[in-house]
Design a protein around this ligand. Structure first.
Ligand code: S3P
Length: 448
């Protein structure tokens, strides 16, 4: 397992760099291409491990996925009813999106399947999808959750629908704003005999809805409410020809690096700026960070922009409410901004972070303290007292969480000596070229 040795930034970060393509959109492009009638082209596909897990699962389900080049895939869709029984367990690796979205499709099939994941994924709560999918007739079972009574974890066993069984209509008022739950429910809705109606507390990322609409699915949206009525629909998904935009969740680490290191000037090209994903841009702007968003039109039905970031003195922020789902993966790196602000930043309404790849509130609080930043964990957030003094060099563990590893690496740039980030291989989950990209901007990072 590799360790990153991050040296303090002796000058500002500078340059114009790309980021990997959007992981969330990449998963969905593969899923919908696999279910389409015809051949799809997916350009700019990320080789991050999570996206590769989704591709491998569909290969095992009989879908033709061909590597046309390093970043382009040709997918021969099986149609909604053309998947075949896998002859081994479907390994979702570290990817919650793969496991939860595939469950929505697999519970509608006339064959059985088993979804497995790595140690982190095998500890995550699955009743949030198992419950709704069971309610419409799916046969899903997991292992009892060791800490939460009534919840289940992977492996997920999905039994076949038999003897004329089918999925029924579903009306769901979700307690959490979760795109994974919403997408699993909508995907199962493609197969259901009856309508799907889903409401969430605030709108979570809407890539599934955008892609379904583009492929001709009879979907209606109104803020945090979405419905799908397949009656009268021919059940055919039009193939895709898309280029996936850059991942704003990957860009976030580079933006914040530039925003906390004096003298920096960093540009990131062709980043997806879907408003359900841009909470961090608003947080950083509210905190006085240097940021310019230069719109570049649309790509794959998603707004695109070049992002420019630089250092400015930071003031503390308040992060809570509807902003949280729109920055759900960016809270760890927002903590890094807070660590460099002139006062106390308060994060609330972020209890979902406790069930991500790690308990991100606890892991991030540990990382901040290791660097000498004062912080206090609360059940649903954190209070972080920022400082502009050089931070204490630290030796920290990622706990196998890619976003914690990258947040710690960015924080280390502001320390007074070299820091170690252990268990850093997990960065390949979402940003395989993270170290190379930081080096291209002038940072000194060694890999041990
Ligand atoms: C994702 C949704 C979010 C996010 C995850 C990707 C998706 O999870 O944290 O990284 O692609 O749908 P939740 O739906 O659990 O909030």
């Amino acid at each position: 397992m590799s360790t990153l040795v991050v040296h303090p930034a002796s000058r500002g970060l500078e340059g114009s760099v790309p980021v990997p393509s959007d992981k969330s959109i990449g998963h969905r492009a593969l899923i919908f291409a696999a279910l389409a009638d015809g051949t799809s082209r997916i350009a700019g596909f990320s080789r991050g491990e999570d996206n590769v897990s989704t591709a491998n699962c569909f290969r095992a389900l009989g879908v033709g996925i061909e590597d046309v080049s390093k970043t382009e895939l040709k997918v021969t869709g099986a149609g909604l009813f053309g998947l075949r029984a896998p002859d081994h367990d479907l390994d979702c690796g570290n990817s919650g999106t793969t496991m939860r979205l595939l469950s929505g499709i697999l519970c509608a099939q006339q064959f059985a399947s088993r979804l497995v994941g790595d140690a982190s994924l095998s500890g995550r709560p699955m009743m949030r999808i198992v419950g709704p999918l069971r309610a419409r007739g799916g046969h899903l079972d997991g292992k009892p959750h060791p800490k939460k009574a009534g919840d289940v974890t992977a492996p997920l066993d999905i039994r076949a629908l038999v003897n004329g069984e089918f999925l029924t209509e579903l009306e769901l008022d979700s307690q959490v704003a979760s795109a994974q739950v919403k997408s699993a429910v909508l995907l199962s809705g493609l197969y259901a005999h009856g309508a799907t109606y889903f409401r969430e507390p605030t709108l979570s990322r809407d890539h599934t809805e955008r892609m379904m609409l583009a492929m001709g699915v009879p979907l209606q949206t109104s803020g945090p409410v979405v419905s799908l009525d397949p009656s009268g629909w021919d059940g055919k998904l039009a193939p895709l020809d898309i280029e996936v935009p850059g991942d704003v969740s990957a860009a976030a680490f580079l933006l914040v690096a530039a925003q906390i290191i004096p003298g920096s000037k960093v540009s990131i090209r062709d980043v997806g700026v879907n408003p359900t994903r841009t909470g961090l841009l608003e947080i950083s702007r509210d905190m006085g960070a240097g940021l310019r968003v230069e719109p570049q039109g649309d790509r794959a039905g998603e707004p695109l922009a070049n992002l420019h970031a630089w250092h400015e003195p930071l003031r503390p922020g308040r992060i809570g409410g509807e902003l949280v789902p729109r920055a759900i993966d960016e809270i760890p790196i927002a903590c890094v901004l807070a660590a460099r602000a002139s006062g106390a930043t308060v994060i609330t309404d972020a209890e979902e972070l406790r069930v991500k790849e790690s308990d991100r509130l606890a892991t991030m609080a540990g990382v901040l303290r290791a660097f000498g930043v004062e912080c206090e964990e609360t059940p649903d957030g954190m209070r972080i007292v920022g400082t502009d003094r050089p931070l204490t060099p630290a030796d920290v563990e990622s706990r196998g969480d890619h976003r914690i590893a990258m947040s710690a690496a960015v924080l280390a740039l502001a320390a007074s000596g070299p820091s170690k980030i252990r268990d850093a291989d997990c960065i390949a989950t979402s940003f395989p070229r993270f170290v190379g990209t930081l080096r291209a901007l002038g940072a000194r990072v060694d890999v041990e």
